[in-house]
Ligand binder design. Structure first.
Ligand SMILES: *[C@@H]1O[C@H](CO)[C@@H](O)[C@H](O)[C@H]1NC(C)=O
Length: 260
């Protein structure tokens, strides 16, 4: 059984026996064109804004992210940055005015329903070419061996004592595996998660949490939200994502009823 670790920066919450050191998207490439739906979620610490999780724009005022990213955060302490490849500079900053964590989110005995939405103000500048929503697709389940794409500012090392985030957004193209395969590789996933696996040296890491896994194409579709993986990143273990297609009613309820 792998030691399970959520990919949240700072809060090294480990569901297992021991904690290893943080790492990033390992083995990815720098992104050269803006990813319109990608946001950096930031917290004000020691006099400056610090990236802690990723997220995806799903409406003019909502970001989809992981529950573990925002569960313990006060909305007044966090903000959302859009329209930039570099989380430290450029882009537009939005105040967070509300969060909605899935009511059945749980960390124990396994991580389930790791999904949340945050509401921002002012509304996103969706008319700008470098800022836009991502399609959620329909309720069809994504199968195995499907090419998918992860983007994030998570740590780029798997062993350093303190995570060093890349300034520039990173991308990793890899493939889904079946949930059965994911279970055999040590993760107690349910039908509401989806796993992806790359070769040793490539994978999600600390700071990638909450960020998007998409199925690329003419109309890219959001299929996963970075949830957890092994405590040492990119060591040939799968990355586990919240399966977006399982939560479409929840997402539209929060957006349309405009909660909170
Ligand atoms: C972006 O450009 C850099 C430098 O030319 C290159 O190394 C990298 O592979 C490019 N990224 C992608 C995703 O093509």
């Amino acid at each position: 059984m792998s030691v399970i670790c959520i990919f949240l920066l700072f809060v090294s919450l480990v569901v297992g026996e021991q904690l290893d050191e943080p790492s990033r998207i390992n083995g990815g490439q720098s992104v050269n064109e803006t990813v319109p739906y990608q946001v950096s979620m930031q917290i004000f610490r020691r006099g400056r804004w610090q990236h802690f999780c990723g997220g995806s724009i799903v409406s003019s005022q909502h970001v989809l992210t992981a529950a573990h990213c925002v569960e313990k955060m006060r909305v007044e302490d966090i903000s959302v940055v859009t329209g930039t490849l570099n989380w430290k500079t450029g882009g537009l900053r939005h105040k967070v005015v509300g969060k909605h964590v899935h009511p059945q989110y749980s960390m124990s005995p396994r991580i389930i329903n790791d999904i949340a939405l945050v509401k921002v103000t002012p509304a996103f500048r969706l008319h700008r070419g470098d800022i836009g929503t991502i399609h959620l697709g329909n309720s069809d389940r994504i199968g195995e061996k499907v090419p998918v794409r992860l983007t994030g500012w998570g740590s780029t090392t798997s062993t350093s004592a303190s995570a060093v985030l890349p300034d520039r957004l990173q991308v990793l193209n890899y493939r889904t595996i079946s949930n059965e395969d994911c279970k055999q590789k040590g993760f107690r996933v349910t039908g509401n998660e989806i796993c992806a696996l790359a070769v040793h040296g490539k994978g999600a890491c600390m700071g990638d949490s909450g960020g998007p896994l998409i199925k690329p194409g003419l109309q890219p579709q959001l299929v996963g939200i970075v949830s957890y993986g092994s405590a040492t990143c990119a060591q040939g273990h799968p990355d586990v994502y919240t399966r977006v297609s399982s939560f479409l009613p929840y997402i539209s309820k929060v957006i349309n009823q405009d909660l909170p």
